[in-house]
Design a protein around this ligand. Structure first.
Ligand SMILES: Cc1cc2nc3c(=O)[nH]c(=O)nc-3n(C[C@H](O)[C@H](O)[C@H](O)COP(=O)(O)OP(=O)(O)OC[C@H]3O[C@@H](n4cnc5c(N)ncnc54)[C@H](O)[C@@H]3O)c2cc1C
Length: 414
């Protein structure tokens, strides 16, 4: 097994880390405090090739491999997790446009998106439809050469600043097969931005409601085909989840660095607090989980680069990294004591930012459903009548020497 990143991957990491140190670190606390969306920053990231790292060169992108993109999002999120998610969602939109839009639409949108001049957004969630995305209700009705969309989307990341929206709407029957995806321009009549969401963390990211009131789009705005929307959403959630896993890894790396430095500098009882095992063990556990989260993440990204399916691997990476980020951000606050609870140090920001990684792009419960289904199949969708006929084979019932049924032995691992 080769765990060495390539020279190109290392250069991307170094370039983004340097950019983050100079252009993000000095402002992150203020953006958080003032809920500032740092729009000009994304123009600069466009010049560096980072806003277009997901798209191919034919449309002005940098066509980086998945490993490089997660390294870049990790480094951005280490400085500011709000910036990390903005870039991750840009990637989601670019990938969908490149894979499913017509050539004309690709040429119209991708070059400016890659340059960081235009942002993209992904609008799936509604007030009554979250984890169960297949129940969404925003409607798209065909009238001649147009579709007319009605309804409201909720919590659309980048929405207030986006030029282009990937909107999922119902064109047919209930359930996943009646859902279609559309590429909708910001200037479409009938499209408006509603309430800006006030959030616990990631204040430098923008989250809004999207309102569609008789919004008319040409039939060419339909991506792939009618009824393909749910498949498009699911197919891209895998790489979206890698983006959020990278965001969580970045927050975790920042927690480790802040905790390590503080444990060396802060003295109590005549010695650095890192000399107390109660503190140093927290830091050791943080380092182990950071390494484990990185391995899961980089491995899943590496698989994607080889065309392997990543549904399971991306869910595992996101589940582990987000759980670790939330847990260790709390420990980071604890290591900093009272200072950790104030905005004089970034620990409280990491604590607030980490939580969202367990919620969006599929909650931790949903990731466990995905992982369990890979192992067990869709047992939850079977009824008793579907139960496969029992094949002859070794019995699972244990019997003693006289053929009496034996109760399972008590578990010894508890
Ligand atoms: C800041 C922010 C940004 C977001 N950005 C976007 C975006 O850009 N685009 C977009 O489309 N959406 C976005 N979302 C929405 C996000 O993806 C959803 O919040 C998420 O999928 C969960 O949906 P929900 O909030 O409706 O929770 P619900 O689905 O109502 O879940 C509530 C609780 O029930 C649990 N639960 C639900 N179903 C099951 C089940 N079958 N088994 C076990 N537990 C279950 C969940 O895990 C959760 O703990 C964003 C949300 C936030 C907060």
């Amino acid at each position: 097994m080769n765990f060495e990143p390539t020279q190109e991957q290392l250069s991307v990491r170094e370039m983004v880390a340097t950019f983050a140190r100079n252009e993000i670190d000095p402002h992150a606390a203020q953006w958080d405090r003032e809920h500032t969306f740092p729009e000009p920053l994304f123009h600069k990231l466009g010049e560096l090739g980072i806003m277009g790292m997901f798209a191919s060169e034919a449309f002005g992108g940098a066509a980086l491999d998945t490993v490089s993109t997660v390294l870049a999002i990790e480094e951005l999120s280490r400085a500011d997790a709000g910036v990390g998610v903005t870039v991750s969602v840009q990637g989601l939109a670019e990938r969908i446009i490149e894979a499913f839009a017509s050539d004309e639409l690709k040429r119209r949108y991708l070059p400016d998106m890659c340059a960081g001049r235009w942002l993209g957004a992904f609008a799936l969630t509604e007030a009554e439809s979250g984890s169960d995305a297949s129940s969404l209700r925003v409607s798209a009705q065909r009238h001649g050469d147009e579709y007319v969309l009605n309804g409201a989307k909720q919590w659309v990341t980048n929405g207030g600043y986006a030029k282009v929206f990937i909107v999922f709407a119902r064109t047919g029957s209930d359930g996943p097969k009646g859902i279609s995806a559309f590429l909708i321009d910001r200037d479409t009549a009938g499209l408006s931005i509603g309430r800006v969401t006030r959030k616990l963390g990631i204040h430098s990211s923008n989250t809004v409601d999207l309102i569609l009131q008789d919004a008319r789009v040409p039939a060419s705005a339909l991506l792939a085909a009618e009824g393909a929307g749910y498949r498009i959403a699911l197919a891209n959630l895998g790489s979206g989840r890698l983006g959020i896993a990278a965001q969580a890894v970045g927050i975790l790396a920042a927690c480790l660095e802040t905790s390590r430095r503080y444990a060396q500098d802060r003295h109590q009882f005549g010695r650095p607090i890192g000399a107390f095992q109660a503190v140093s063990f927290k830091i050791a556990d943080m380092a182990v989980d950071l390494d484990a989260a990185r391995l899961l993440l980089y491995h899943a990204a590496w698989m994607r680069d080889r065309g392997m399916p990543v549904v399971d691997a991306s869910s595992k990476a996101k589940l582990f990294a987000s759980t670790a980020a939330r847990k260790h951000a709390a420990e980071c606050v604890q290591i900093l004591g009272g200072y950790g609870y104030t905005d004089e140090f970034p620990a409280e920001r990491y604590y607030r930012d980490a939580k969202i990684t367990e919620i969006y792009e599929g909650t931790s419960e949903v990731q466990r459903i995905v992982i369990a289904r890979e192992l067990l199949g869709r047992l939850d969708e079977r009824t008793a009548g579907d139960r496969p006929a029992r094949r002859p084979g070794p019995s699972t019932v244990q019997r003693d020497g006289e053929g009496r049924e034996r109760r399972p032995a008590a578990r010894r691992d508890k």
